[in-house]
Design a protein around this ligand. Structure first.
Ligand SMILES: *Cc1c(COP(=O)(O)O)cnc(C)c1O
Length: 362
């Protein structure tokens, strides 16, 4: 059997997404304990105590299917962010949403635009549906919105913007974004991926989804995996026009988000105090890492999120492997075409200090 002939052409062109190395794997491989992971931009503090205290109640109900419409979570999101539940779509992580959008709007005759050094999942979902991915060179490691507009082709149906972007930490300011959205033809969907929104907009983080009224072609996605500390539960959501939400809902698998995840997300939304503590710690520790990197002579990309990418000035694999052997897992950015860079997630104070100490050995 010639599997290569059989498989979807788009799928054949893919490489699997490479996640950060799990802690247990590393500990087993090098025979150490107490390895630390600063590789996947998780919240280092853990889930809100409100989530942990109440999750038992739901465990007893897990012989039942989850609420397939996620009614309660959608209501909570709508209330908190001042939108309508009919505009909300729930995903098994916001990656699920990214895939719904590709599957709803792209076919083999279409193209989608994303930036160089942008989130690795975009080319993955685009190619999986057989569409053409157009990668636009970045400007100073940030989205070049003008160039992205110029890259639009006749068959372009979708544009991805990660704001803040992973792995560069860059951020497009609101005015600049509005200007861009005004110039995008209205028959092209724009996905504004706001997985790190909470970190980027400390003061206005409850900003509502008002701009959707002006831009019916816009979809805004957010995640519970980063600032909300629920990466293992897998839950995220998007807010869009009701019409777009209706389409996303058609390709969504029934029960895509599980009962525990729906419940945890609902509880996490209630805990503003915890969120503020997490954001506070993140901004304090970002400064510690900036200073530490500076004093070791590393240049870094200023970040609006909970990670920092820094330049090793030579292939970073060596430093990556040395850190691994010292029990510190970070991320090498070869797959993002930044082979000299490493990305470190902002961890707990002791984790960041350990990282800086071990970095000196590389
Ligand atoms: C982490 C991340 C996501 C998605 O995370 P989920 O866990 O699937 O919600 C989406 N976009 C970017 C840019 C990310 O870094």
């Amino acid at each position: 059997m010639d599997l290569k002939k059989l498989v979807n052409k788009g799928v054949d062109s893919l490489s699997p997404y490479e996640p950060g190395k799990p802690i247990e794997d590393l500990e087993r491989e090098i025979g150490i304990k107490n390895a630390i992971k600063l590789a996947s931009n998780e919240n280092p503090i853990g889930p809100s105590p409100k989530v942990l205290q109440s999750i038992d109640a739901i465990l007893k109900e897990t012989h039942r299917y989850p609420d397939g419409n996620a009614t309660r979570l959608k209501d909570s999101i709508a209330k908190k962010f001042n939108t309508s539940p009919n505009q909300v779509t729930i995903g098994n992580g916001s990656n699920d949403i990214i895939e719904f959008i590709a599957r709803s709007f792209l076919g083999p005759d279409d193209s989608a635009i994303y930036s160089e050094h942008a989130f690795a999942v975009y080319p993955l979902v685009v190619k999986a549906v057989g569409a053409k991915g157009i990668e636009v060179p970045a400007k100073d490691f940030s989205h070049d919105l003008e160039a992205m507009l110029r890259a639009i082709e006749k068959n372009t149906k979708l544009i991805f913007i990660a704001n803040p972007n992973n792995p560069t930490g860059s951020f497009v300011e609101f005015d600049e974004l509005l200007d861009f959205l005004e110039k995008v033809p209205e028959d092209i969907i724009v996905l504004l991926d706001q997985a790190y929104f909470d970190y980027s907009s400390f003061e206005t983080r409850d900003a509502n989804f008002d701009i959707l009224k002006k831009f019916p072609n816009l979809v805004m996605s957010r995640s519970f995996s980063k600032a909300y500390g629920l990466a293992g539960f897998r839950v995220g959501f998007s807010v869009s026009s009701e019409d777009i939400a209706n389409y996303l809902n058609r390709v969504r698998q029934p029960f895509n988000a599980n009962s525990l995840a729906l419940y945890a997300a609902e509880k996490a939304l209630e805990d503003d105090e915890y969120m503020n503590e997490c954001l506070q710690l993140n901004s304090e520790q970002k400064r510690v890492l900036y200073e530490g990197l500076n004093s070791q002579g590393y240049e870094y990309l200023p970040s609006r999120a909970n990670f920092i990418s820094f330049d090793c000035k030579k292939d970073s694999n060596d430093a990556f492997n040395k850190l691994l052997h010292e029990g510190v897992i970070v991320r090498s950015l070869g797959v993002y075409k930044m082979p000299n860079f490493l990305r470190v997630s902002i961890g707990l104070p002791e984790e960041n200090l350990l990282f800086l100490e071990k970095l000196k050995l590389t």
